[in-house]
Design a protein around this ligand. Structure first.
Ligand code: NAD
Length: 253
């Protein structure tokens, strides 16, 4: 039956950036659908962990700094060792830096690229190796952005990294499809998280953004749960290399 295909019972998911924001909401969505979860973050994850455990799922917290790719093997092996395998990887952690083009620093370029695309690739590679060895397929879901599709303003390294996320999602999907591993991405629209607080606090930018969203509101982290569970589940077994916008209609406008 179709609803059974959305179930994640017995699956193990790794979710990066799971301490708060979109990562926490998506991790909770996966847990509500039945998955056990390994959270990865540099911040304290106890609140996310408590909410997942309350659902009756197992949840471990792996503290790691994703700006250095040296952590990827530890993340994958800890999840496998403590939760018994790896079926789903959500590459969600990401950062943004804002500055005018002429003042943008090398550090703001490197910091963003390191987390948003470099470690994302190497963590996907490490997870793919495990999934291939397990021989039972898998799902990798990347958090892209509207700036995978558009140029944006004041955020050059963010646009470059998120455009790369969409391209890399396609490449990973192509190479991993023969192993029954699906790779897709979610492009959230303007979501109310700490990441977008400066925009929401600026009355002019806030109004301009709201006026352009057909749904007429900022997205809530919970708005991503449906897409997250779909792309993590066998309901999406024939969806490969696609970046799905969950944006209240922003890109349709
Ligand atoms: P957030 O800042 O609330 O959460 C990001 C999480 O990633 C945090 O828990 C943070 O600690 C973690 N993280 C950051 N750097 C890390 C590091 N070096 N090592 C380990 N963990 C680290 O942001 P969010 O809005 O929830 O964003 C989540 C993802 O969604 C990001 O990739 C972001 O680019 C993307 N996104 C957000 C929006 C939005 O409107 N909020 C829109 C499009 C895309």
């Amino acid at each position: 039956m179709i609803l059974d295909q959305f179930k994640l019972d017995g699956k193990v998911a790794v979710v990066t950036g799971g301490a708060r924001g979109l990562g926490r909401a998506m991790a909770l969505g996966l847990a509500e659908a039945g998955a056990d979860v390994a959270l990865v973050d540099i911040l304290d994850m106890s609140e996310s962990q408590a909410q997942i455990k309350k659902l009756g799922r197992r949840c471990i917290a792996i503290t790691a700094d994703l700006s250095d790719k040296g952590c990827v093997d530890t993340i994958v092996h800890t999840a496998v060792e403590k939760l018994g395998g790896l079926d789903i990887l959500f590459n969600n952690a990401g950062i943004i830096r804002r500055a005018p083009l002429t003042e943008f620093t090398e550090k703001d370029w490197d910091d963003v690229m390191n987390i948003n695309i470099r470690t994302l690739f190497f963590l996907s590679q490490a997870a793919a190796r495990v999934m291939i060895k397990q021989g039972r397929g898998g799902k990798i879901v990347n958090t892209a952005s509207l700036l995978s599709f558009q140029g944006g303003i004041l955020v050059p390294s963010y646009t470059a990294s998120k455009s790369a996320v969409m391209g890399l999602t396609r490449l990973l999907a192509n190479e991993l499809a023969p192993h029954q591993i699906n790779v897709n991405a979610i492009a959230p629209g303007y979501m109310a998280t700490d990441n977008t607080k400066p925009l929401r606090d600026d009355p002019v930018r806030n109004k301009a953004i709201l006026d352009r969203i057909p749904a007429g509101r900022w997205g809530e982290p919970e708005d991503l749960k449906g897409a997250a569970v779909f792309l993590a589940s066998s309901a999406s077994d024939y969806v490969n290399g696609y970046t799905m916008a969950v944006d209240g209609g922003w890109l349709a406008r």
